[in-house]
Design a protein around this ligand. Structure first.
Ligand code: TNX
Length: 525
């Protein structure tokens, strides 16, 4: 009898510990998911069937499955009766990026309203699929899913430290896995200009390189490494990244910083500054006083020339023009700036920055695009369709939504992944502060003080990675993960479906997916 009881105990324990393995565990959590009976057996003979317009998705799915199981599946435009993964478009699905995934013993079916929806259905399927070599059993399930927000962003600063095309692609792979769809590429700053501009070759001949870099935290005693550092993307490489992202339904939003954070450009073309003085590409961190001289007509010619090339390269409707942290000391003493202020009846240097923003905005609008900027650009943004990135808390975003501007929420205390994610004692040097996984997860980007009408303007969220203290891609990935998994769920999953403890259960399994993609990450505790 005792042995029987013992056996029973063992059976029950094994059953309980194994049960969660077959539970569908996805990140981000789908809106509706129902586990059903049985499984689909994926094998070498399984065919990926695709409707017209989904050939690229089918080819990618075949690649993804090969990466995960070693099986190389054929794709076909001819529908199969069984043993297939069917990719289809359907108008019955309400949301543009929505999809339905049905795993049954005969077939797997993914339907999307658009190819983006189908792509997200594929990502869910991959997360349901075990990571093993050879045939695999995929547990039967019915999923109906759609994102909460249309803008689910990830930002990367490639100026403070540079990341090459392959490294950027690894980050786009990670975004795709998590159904994120906006890559905000911070391409110009004081410490480096990273995009080839044909009309201004010195931007990358000179502006992409610094002679030395600050060692350690910028509050520690000054020390420099005396190593020349830099890099940039040719326009061909930029196109390669845009295409790679587009195939994964990610829009690349370029940021050209103006009128602040301009030192690398001024090092290349000193006449862009108020003093016409030669400066060096900056070698330390913080906010440089070397800003563009907005009192000169020639500076606007420069902005327009650069933005023309950028607009020709990037299909994104939105072009980010920065606008943050513009020190105004030089403008205060610049005869050109002061004369322009007088002529345009601008009361102070803040209004001068607004004047500059509005002029650049008009130009961008004339090219059929719209600007996005950090929340500083809200000032004076009447009659404007600018999109606002709220980084200094929620206030800028709330004010913007009330003024009918589209908003992306990226408040520092939840979204700055250059901050520590755990006890600094055991972590690589970071800028400051603490944004741990739970903090990120619990962000609700929708301010309750907005009316339903105003809430329509909150388009989504973004995680930002500033790279002053992040010299390698391994460290960048480590700062993103696992926090980006939480951010993906913030952007995708309805607030009512979010649960941190339950997320952590899924996260423990999801770690192997990050490993499969070669994404370095902080270990889940
Ligand atoms: C503020 S956020 C910045 C960046 C820095 C970052 C460091 C923003 C618009 N500007 O230039 O890298 O803080 O956390």
């Amino acid at each position: 009898m005792r042995n029987l009881l013992l056996l029973l105990l063992v059976v029950v324990t094994v059953a309980c510990t194994q049960a969660p393995l077959s539970e569908p565990m996805l990140i981000p959590q789908p809106q509706k998911i129902e586990k059903t009976e049985g499984f689909f057996k994926l094998k070498t003979s399984t065919v990926i069937y695709y409707e017209e317009g989904l050939e690229q998705e089918a080819a990618l799915l075949s690649d993804y499955i090969a990466r995960q199981t070693g099986l190389s599946l054929k794709t076909s435009a001819i529908e199969q009766s069984s043993n297939s993964i069917e990719l289809k478009l359907s108008d019955d699905i309400a949301s543009d990026e929505g999809y339905e995934l049905s795993v049954e013993s005969g077939n797997v079916e993914i339907e999307g309203k658009t190819s983006a929806g189908v792509f997200y259905g594929m990502q869910s399927l991959l997360q349901l699929m075990p990571i093993v070599q050879g045939s695999v059993k995929i547990p039967a399930v019915e999923i109906a899913d759609a994102p909460r927000f249309e803008y689910r962003g990830m930002h990367l600063d490639v100026c403070r430290h540079f990341f090459n095309v392959e490294e950027v692609k690894s980050l786009l792979d990670g975004m795709a896995l998590h159904k994120m769809n906006r890559f905000h590429w911070h391409l110009t700053d004081d410490q480096g200009w990273r995009i080839e501009i044909k009309k201004y070759p010195k931007l990358t001949e000179i502006g992409a390189w610094r002679n030395t870099t600050r060692i350690g935290h910028y509050s520690s005693p000054e020390a420099y490494d005396s190593v020349r550092y830099g890099g940039f993307y040719t326009q061909e490489q930029i196109k390669e990244v845009i295409d790679y992202a587009a195939a994964r339904h990610i829009v690349v939003i370029p940021e050209i910083e103006l009128p602040g954070h301009g030192q690398a450009a001024l090092a290349s073309y000193p006449e862009l500054g108020c003093k016409d003085e030669q400066v060096e590409v900056w070698n330390t961190w913080g906010i440089s006083p070397e800003v563009f001289c907005v009192g000169k007509e020639s500076t606007y010619t420069f902005f327009e020339d650069v933005l023309s090339e950028v607009i020709d390269l990037f299909p994104s409707e939105v072009i980010h023009i920065g606008g943050d942290e513009c020190l105004k000391d030089h403008w205060e003493h610049c005869p050109n700036c002061q004369a322009l202020m007088k002529k345009e009846k601008l009361a102070n240097e803040h209004e001068l920055q607004n004047y500059c923003t509005r002029r650049v905005e008009k130009f961008v609008n004339s090219k059929g695009r719209r600007i996005m900027g950090w929340d500083e650009i809200l000032e004076g943004a009447m009659d404007s369709n600018a999109m606002i990135m709220s980084w200094r808390g929620f206030g800028g975003g709330i004010a913007s939504a009330k003024m009918k501007h589209d908003v992306v929420m990226t408040p520092t205390e939840f979204c700055y992944f250059d901050y520590y994610q755990a006890d600094p004692e055991n972590e690589p040097l970071a800028i400051c502060c603490m944004v741990d996984l739970k903090k990120v997860y619990n962000l609700n980007p929708m301010p309750s003080e907005l009316t339903e009408e105003e809430q329509q303007y909150i388009k989504g969220v973004q995680a930002n990675l500033w790279t002053e203290y992040i010299p390698t891609i391994e460290q960048a990935q480590y700062m993103y993960y696992p926090r980006l998994c939480a951010m993906a769920e913030v952007g995708w999953t309805d607030q009512a479906n979010k649960d941190y403890d339950q997320f952590m259960v899924r996260m423990r399994k999801h770690e192997s997916m990050l490993d499969l993609l070669g994404l370095n990450h902080r270990k889940i505790e």
